[in-house]
Design a binder for this molecule. Structure first.
Ligand SMILES: *Cc1c(COP(=O)(O)O)cnc(C)c1O
Length: 404
């Protein structure tokens, strides 16, 4: 058997479709964000990163860096074990308390990533609750989809953000089966926001549990960074809030928050929580510091919102279409994988602008895009430079269209 040729066949298909992924090799440089070195053909060149999920630049924030350095010197590098066998450190518990407080819940549980937290929590809930039915928004993230699939529970997919469809589907299900409504607050690729209040009302009407992924909202929305549910005053009506420490908080890790019983249940039964080495205590200390900082400080969020508004206004003036939404995510739709990659390559090579082309399966085929995420650290000059680059590209495309 020539396994490599089997691998290569499938890789070639990806390449033919334009869906083969090329990673930009970056070298982040502390204090310089959104600038980063880009390694290409043995050379390094500074580029402006326009697609980072380090939304507020907290990954290079001095208080977070200090917390991590202090904790590494105090505790060493690794946790020393799984949470069950010698790996639970004081810093983990401090972080879990900080997280429970962030969402005003009784308890929180830490995971090695947001992906793992969704996968582990949903697969445990779906497999352990007898006759459980999971109602999943059609736009949900891969980590939720995989968790639900792994649970083997009955799965009902409702139309994205469509509460009437959700209710119709709830109505058709057996009244006494346990039901979980799984959805996100800010959807990562379109940047649109779920009608959380209406979803909660329907959930309460049918006695369903709510499972909310606030990965793209924690740290960014709500007076203390508790997410969209905090902003809307709805945290206490959501059964389980899930989030990440790797995006706005600038570190790594994932979590769930909820009642004592819920968190104890996941802690006790979730394979993805139990059988893996705990995060380094220094990571926990850094994340806790970042969360605590963003509970008090609004400067980062305010400045981010200003820069988001400025980029949107610049694109509008230049006549460059972008998806409108109420979040910090600015998608410019190209709708073709080959063109999206070509534009991204051109921006990188000619303008020193790094934006990763977003293609299938991250987004549906035919909705390929460039996804811009302005941070508080992008300057007005950075924004002007990006708008100038896109304007020049759009002109060239118009000319190409005219000639073709
Ligand atoms: C990124 C992402 C996750 C996973 O979080 P990580 O901490 O990066 O593993 C979960 N849900 C959504 C919606 C995401 O975009």
């Amino acid at each position: 058997m020539n396994f490599d040729s089997l691998f290569q066949d499938q890789l070639n298909t990806l390449k033919d479709e334009g869906n083969y992924r090329v990673f930009a090799e970056l070298e982040r440089s502390c204090g310089k964000f959104p600038l980063a070195g880009n390694h290409q053909n043995g050379e390094v060149r500074d580029v402006t990163v326009w697609c980072s999920n380090d939304y507020l630049g907290m990954g290079q924030n001095q208080v977070v860096i200090d917390a991590m350095c202090e904790a590494v010197k105090r505790t060493g590098t690794g946790a020393g074990g799984t949470r069950n066998i010698s790996g639970t450190n004081h810093d983990h518990l401090l972080l879990e308390r900080e997280l429970a407080d962030l969402h005003n819940k009784e308890a929180a549980l830490l995971f090695t990533s947001g992906y793992v937290s969704n996968w582990a929590a949903l697969s445990t809930l779906g497999s352990r609750l007898k006759d459980c039915i999971i109602l999943s928004d059609s736009g949900n993230h891969a980590s939720m989809i995989e968790g639900i699939r792994h649970s083997r529970a009955q799965r009902v997919i409702w139309e994205h953000n469509d509460v009437a469809d959700l209710e119709a589907k709830l109505q058709a299900l057996p009244a006494n089966a346990p039901k979980i409504i799984a959805f996100e607050s800010v959807y990562s690729m379109d940047g649109d926001i779920a009608p959380i209040r209406e979803i909660v009302e329907v959930a309460e009407k049918y006695g369903a549990m709510t499972y909310l992924d606030e990965v793209h909202a924690v740290g960014l929305y709500g007076p203390r960074g508790g997410g969209i549910a905090e902003q809307e005053g709805l945290m206490d009506r959501i059964t389980l809030i899930e989030g990440t420490l790797g995006k706005a908080y600038g570190v790594v890790g994932g979590f769930i928050t909820g009642s004592d019983a819920l968190c104890d249940f996941i802690r006790s039964f979730a394979s993805g929580f139990i059988f893996t080495t705990a995060l380094p205590p220094a990571v926990a200390a850094a994340a806790r510091t970042s969360i605590a900082h963003l509970k008090e400080s609004n400067i980062e969020r305010q400045r981010q919102r200003e820069q988001v508004a400025k980029l949107r206004a610049g694109l509008d003036r230049a006549g460059i279409p972008h998806l409108m939404n109420d979040s910090h995510i600015i998608p410019v739709m190209i709708k073709d994988p080959v063109k999206t990659k070509m534009l991204a390559d051109y921006l990188m090579d000619e303008w020193g602008i790094y934006v990763q082309p977003i293609n299938y399966p991250t987004v549906p085929k035919g909705t390929e895009r460039l996804r811009f995420t302005p941070s508080p650290l992008h300057s007005d000059a950075d924004i002007d430079h990006l708008v100038a680059a896109l304007t020049s590209l759009w002109k060239q495309c118009a000319i190409a269209h005219a000639v073709a």
